[in-house]
Design a protein around this ligand. Structure first.
Ligand code: GDP
Ligand code: IMO
Ligand code: MG
Length: 428
């Protein structure tokens, strides 16, 4: 059996949570492989809305197993809050939510360091979600981190204190920021009991055994490929590998195990936080996209920057991920646009190119845009591909043709049911 992958092809918030939730019943296990509570995955069904940060988006499907994999960084406080909201909603998660022992823990002082380091960056700040992601991955690669499995060790408290002291010393290099460490530490210690109540597993063996039993596994990405630590718009990125290769590292599986790679793109483009965004729209059109798409962060509430879809950018992330199918979300957001644009190439130093330059953060990139006729009508009645207006289909087929990957699903609204699945999809 292979592991199928769902991941974002832009700068995050492509609608991964919705698509994972939709496809989950066809799988036995959904596994998050990287990122942490910087993620905000929104699910809407039966008139209810849930935002998941650490828990995989398969949790609302009865019987389905959900693994928080090795590559994820976990803040026990956020996890406990998420679990509480599941309990409040009457979701039976017990025995279905598992945590990999090798996943690293986000300490309160990691968040403290995140805040202090961002604050010190001034104008060049990354726009981090301040969830402690960067400092936690730094401790992981620096070989100082604490892992989930460590919470059962007799010397856990002393290990915690050693790392905390290290962080407090580090904090001296930054100007002071407000952070109530005592209160946060108390919450953190209290929430460890929730983490302890979950089943801890050796993630790599767990996945291997499931595959041997013939179970189907779906890997759920967080963030987007343009936020990848290696291949994103560095340094305006997150601290993990968000691309398909991250599945192998984050779950402990070999590359040969990867099956379908389902890449998600919005019908336009957004980014939250700082950094380059070649097709960004600063005026009324960008405002309209933000309004129609309700583009405000699911984790931080910050307004998202909006712009047109960027084909060279998508070609780049399709290449990095080996995408086998495309899902286009939020197409309904374009319903009222008379004209829709798409970047076909970039102008860099007077030269036209389809490649993202190395120094993407310091280069003036202007997009070369093509025009596409809008449909100017609601898509509420379209439940099959053939029922979409001609111009909507033309737009989708243009994407398919230029990106050389089949569009297998089209999302027409936030609700679970608002999804058109094309017959060509090998997954459904
Ligand atoms: P994720 O991080 O990739 O899971 O995406 P987010 O949940 O952060 O952001 C996607 C937002 O768009 C959420 O508010 C979703 O409810 C919403 N959404 C998802 N698909 C659609 C769609 O097809 N149309 C519209 N209008 N909203 C959508
Ligand atoms: P989902 O999974 C959108 C962005 C932040 C910031 C940069 C670094 O919901 O798509 P970090 O907190 O990781 O240090 O922030 O990455 N970012 C996201 N943007 N969606 C996300 O997750 C994001 N997670 C991080 O805004 O620019
Ligand atoms: Mg999100």
């Amino acid at each position: 059996m292979a592991i199928d992958v769902i991941l974002g092809l832009q700068w995050g918030d492509e609608g991964k949570g919705k698509i994972v939730d939709y496809l989950a019943p066809q799988y036995d296990v959904v596994a998050r492989f990287q990122g942490g509570p910087n993620a905000g995955h929104t699910l809407k069904f039966d008139g209810k809305k849930f935002v998941l940060h650490t828990i995989p988006s398969g949790i609302f499907r009865p019987g389905l197993l959900n693994l928080i994999g090795n590559g994820v960084v976990i803040d026990p406080i956020t996890l406990a809050k998420e679990i509480k909201s599941l309990e409040d909603a009457g979701v039976d998660y017990k025995g279905r939510l598992l945590v990999a022992k090798k996943a690293h823990l986000i300490l309160p002082t990691h968040r403290y360091l995140d805040a202090a380091s961002e604050n010190a960056k001034g104008k060049s700040k990354i726009g981090s979600t301040l969830k402690g992601i960067g400092p936690t991955y730094m401790d992981k690669t620096g070989r100082n981190g604490l892992r989930v499995g460590d919470i059962t060790r007799a010397d856990f408290e002393s290990r915690y204190n050693i790392l905390k002291e290290k962080h407090l010393n580090l904090l001296n290099i930054y100007p002071e920021v407000a952070f109530d460490l005592k209160a946060e530490e108390q919450k953190w210690m209290d929430s460890l009991s929730v983490l302890r109540s979950l089943e801890m597993v050796d993630g790599e063996y767990y996945i291997e055994n499931k595959l041997k039993e013939g179970k189907r596994i779906l890997a759920e990405g967080a963030q987007g490929s343009m936020l990848d630590i290696d291949y994103g718009t560095y340094p305006f990125v997150t601290s993990s590998n968000t691309i398909t290769a991250g599945v192998c590292i984050g779950l402990g599986v070999s590359p040969g195990r990867i099956g379908e790679v389902i890449g998600i793109t919005k019908a336009y483009c957004t980014r939250v936080g700082s950094g380059p965004f070649p097709t960004e729209l600063h005026g009324a059109t960008g405002e309209l996209l933000r309004k129609e798409g309700a583009e405000f962060g699911a984790t931080t509430g910050r307004p998202r920057r909006c712009g047109w879809i960027d084909l060279p950018q998508l070609k780049y992330t399709i290449m990095l991920n080996g995408v086998t199918q495309l899902v286009v979300t939020k197409i309904d957001v374009l319903n009222n646009f008379e004209e829709i644009k798409a970047a076909e190439a970039y102008k860099v130093d007077g030269q036209q190119t389809e490649r993202l330059p190395y120094d993407v953060c310091d280069t003036d990139i202007s997009p070369v845009l093509s025009n596409h006729t809008g449909w100017q009508q609601s898509l509420d009645n379209a439940v099959e591909y053939g029922q979409l207006p001609d111009t909507a289909r033309q737009y989708l087929e243009m994407l398919e043709q230029k990106l050389e990957v089949p569009v297998t699903m089209i999302s027409t609204g936030p609700e679970r049911k608002k999804l058109i699945v094309r017959e060509t999809s090998p997954v459904v």
